[in-house]
Design a protein around this ligand. Structure first.
Ligand code: SMG
Ligand code: MG
Length: 367
């Protein structure tokens, strides 16, 4: 199979409700899609970079730029392209894992469609559906939060994750515990604390949380290890886990008892599977993170979440948690689970009308 180029496509996806975190508020996702075109098939990849560099250093215009100027030309210069061959070429460009992951996913999707294999089969899925959690943003008031959590539990979500920041941590957790009893509950701080806040964060210990996710800055592995020693709540890393090696190191240093896996953060599904394998070898549970993906990104995340080491519910919510109209057939909650697609490649296709309606621009990068 011969790839002839990449299409970059920007789609505007308004969120059904604003999503507030310690990093700011998202109202709409400005999604960069990559379509890899080959003689026998085409494939899609979704870039999970946000509009601004708040979650990590990447942002969507930067991702498009590095693809256009460096990643696509490097692939065009190869005698043959496939998802595995692209990895060492991408390694020469520092950083930009989300941009790399989007291309790798598009290449893999096309290859797997030709091979007649689903993402789940390729990655090693052992489940046909995965338990769904939901990530609940910071609200203006506790009653508003209780309303939101009640709606998600009614819908069937099996685990609640509360976004926290200084000033919005122990009280919302206490309120949700008191109101909803022993639901599976965890928190995510997106780097908003310092080690000085250890005592405040220890205030979460009585509430039997599954985990606390990324309380300290991305590069503070030692701080997370120290904080882990001072808390009873298990420490989970998200932003800090940028590769399988980073996962091995964080585990060895006692900074991660649990790991959130996001393919975009580690450069793609091939490395995401290695992160899974390293964690499994160390007996460290993993779960699938989310970046407010459309159905295209969700399809691959749900397939990954079906691997054996994913023993905790992921941020793999149904389409209607995010978007009124998804660009693929919607992922639905069935008994608290989301079904793993079984068709070749991602197993979902963009709906031509929905895709056209959401598209704000396209660009063709010929090889
Ligand atoms: O996709 O359900 C989702 C969002 C899950 O909270 C979520 N993601 O740090 O884990 C995280 C955040 C990153 C995106 S916030 C804009
Ligand atoms: Mg997180």
């Amino acid at each position: 199979m011969k790839f002839t180029g990449l299409e970059l496509r920007r789609v505007a996806m308004p969120l059904v409700a604003p999503f507030r975190t310690s990093m700011g508020t998202e109202y709409e996702r400005d999604v960069l899609l990559v379509r890899a075109v080959a003689d026998e098939a085409e494939g899609w990849g979704e870039c999970v970079a946000m509009s601004e560099p708040g979650y990590s250093a990447e942002y969507v215009d930067g991702a498009a730029d590095v693809i256009r100027r460096f990643l696509s030309p490097a692939l065009a210069a190869l005698p043959a392209v496939d998802a595995h061959l692209a990895e060492p070429v991408f390694a020469k460009v520092k950083g930009h894992p989300m941009a790399k992951a989007a291309i790798q996913t598009a290449l893999l999707d096309a290859q797997l469609r030709v091979a007649g294999l689903s993402f789940g089969e390729f990655l090693g899925a052992v489940r046909t559906a995965v338990p769904a959690g939901v990530s609940v943003g910071i609200m203006d008031s506790i009653p508003q939060l209780i309303d939101a959590v009640a709606r998600y539990l009614d819908a069937g979500y099996l685990r609640i994750k509360l976004k926290i920041e200084p000033g919005w941590d122990v009280e919302p957790v206490r309120a949700v515990r008191e109101r909803f009893g022993d639901v599976l509950l965890q928190v995510d701080a997106n780097c908003a604390y310092t080690l000085q806040d250890a005592r405040q964060l220890a205030g979460l210990d009585p509430f039997d949380l599954l985990l606390i996710e990324q309380p300290l800055p991305e590069d503070d592995i030692r701080g997370h290890a120290e904080l882990a020693r001072r808390l009873r709540t298990p420490m989970c890393l998200d932003e800090s886990i940028t590769s399988a090696r980073a996962a091995a190191d964080a585990i060895a240093w006692g900074a991660a008892a649990i790991v959130n896996i996001k393919p975009g953060r580690v450069g793609g599904y091939l490395e995401a599977r290695r992160v899974h394998d390293v964690c499994a070898a160390n007996g460290v549970p993993v779960w699938a993170g989310g970046m407010l993906e459309t159905g295209l990104g969700r399809a691959a995340n749900v397939a990954l979440a079906a691997l054996p080491g994913f023993t905790l519910p992921g941020d793999t919510s149904a389409s209607d948690r995010y978007y009124a109209t998804d660009i693929t057939r919607p992922f639905r909650l069935e008994d608290g689970h989301v079904r793993v697609p079984t068709g070749p490649g991602l197993g979902v296709d963009p709906d031509p009308d929905a895709l056209a309606a959401a598209t704000t621009g396209t660009e063709w990068l010929a090889w």
